[in-house]
Design a protein around this ligand. Structure first.
Ligand SMILES: *[C@@H]1O[C@H](CO)[C@@H](O)[C@H](O)[C@H]1NC(C)=O
Ligand SMILES: *[C@@H]1O[C@H](CO)[C@@H](O)[C@H](O)[C@H]1NC(C)=O
Ligand SMILES: *[C@@H]1O[C@H](CO)[C@@H](O)[C@H](O)[C@H]1NC(C)=O
Length: 292
């Protein structure tokens, strides 16, 4: 007769699919594929592990749903960069952007995989928001600076080497980014907050002399209908040679060959992704008595 243990573990695997930022059941871990954003809640048990993955070429951003300081809750769980890899402790502190300052509100991995280990059961609700983000380095080499200046998932880099607009387009592309396109005033103002209004920055805005249409060449979208922030009496060069858009506390049309600084940007949706939904597979372990 086989030697059955008095206590067995019934492993129940639940495979399902959730969309967007749905809240997970308080399972004792499992695996989670983050397409865009997902939320997990601390389990009712101790020693539970979540293995988390997102699309390749992306990283994972962890923050608390109810805000607050990460350091205070790290006694309940730890986040590991990559599966079975080192604990995330040393965070990149950009000199510009959201993660500057003393309290850490978002943790980033360096790869598309992470493991969250819940050690202790927290006494109050603890929900962890996980977002797919782009990697954001400190800089792109000399004379440049990067930061998460707009939101938690994108990255902006200023380059302080003066180039024509065309060469800046190439520079951004070579760094897997795009020359700036401006969507709204908050985005433009955050660029000024980060890098000032003393020098001109090239954007991807270009004017077609034949059609008279202004287009963001990085995103292939026309300015109109949409946001515009021309400085007084601008554009005033379009009939001469002002066929590219530069910003300096407002928009100016200038000759594309003028040598200015520039801003490159990168967003999670810029990279081809395999899925936009979160796929979750949870594991719940029940201690059950098996009678023989
Ligand atoms: C790029 O830079 C090179 C050398 O600095 C220059 O000869 C060329 O005209 C520039 N091209 C554009 C499109 O600005
Ligand atoms: C301007 O638009 C015309 C008509 O759509 C197009 O043929 C031409 O290539 C455009 N010029 C540039 C510089 O993009
Ligand atoms: C356009 O206006 C700017 C100031 O807004 C000025 O420096 C520039 O000389 C003007 N260009 C032309 C062609 O009038």
């Amino acid at each position: 007769m086989a030697n059955f243990p008095a206590f067995g573990f019934l492993i129940l695997s639940l495979l399902g699919s959730i969309y967007g930022s749905a809240i997970e059941p308080r399972a004792c871990g499992g695996s989670l594929y983050v397409g865009d954003e997902a939320v997990i809640e601390a389990p009712f048990q101790e020693n539970c592990k979540w293995q988390i993955q997102t699309d390749e070429k992306h990283v994972l951003a962890f923050s608390l749903v109810h805000g607050g300081n990460f350091e205070e809750v790290l006694e309940f769980f730890s986040i590991h960069d990559g599966i079975d890899a080192t604990e995330l402790k040393n965070q990149i502190h950009h000199e510009v952007g959201l993660t500057s300052g003393e309290s850490i509100t978002t943790f980033y991995t360096t790869s598309a995989e992470a493991e969250v280990r819940f050690k202790k059961m927290p006494t109050s609700t603890l929900k962890l928001k996980i977002q797919k983000a782009v990697y954001c380095p400190f800089n792109l080499g000399s004379e440049s600076q990067c930061g998460r200046i707009i939101d938690e998932t994108s990255c902006y880099c200023a380059t302080f080497t003066k180039r024509g607009q065309g060469n800046h387009t190439t520079y951004c592309t070579e760094n897997e980014m795009k020359l700036l396109s401006i969507e709204d005033l908050p985005e433009e103002n955050r660029i000024y907050d980060a890098w000032g209004t003393l020098v001109n920055f090239w954007t991807s805005g270009t004017h077609n002399k034949t059609t008279g249409i202004w287009t963001w060449s990085s995103t292939m979208t026309n300015f109109y209908p949409g946001f515009a922030n021309w400085a007084p009496f601008e554009p005033n060069n379009t009939l001469v040679d002002g066929n590219c858009l530069t910003i300096k506390s407002g928009w100016f049309d200038d000759p594309c060959a003028n040598l200015y600084d520039a801003v490159c940007e990168s967003h999670p949706e810029d990279f081809v992704t395999s899925t936009t939904e979160a796929i979750v597979s949870t594991t719940t372990e029940y201690a059950t008595t098996i009678a023989f």
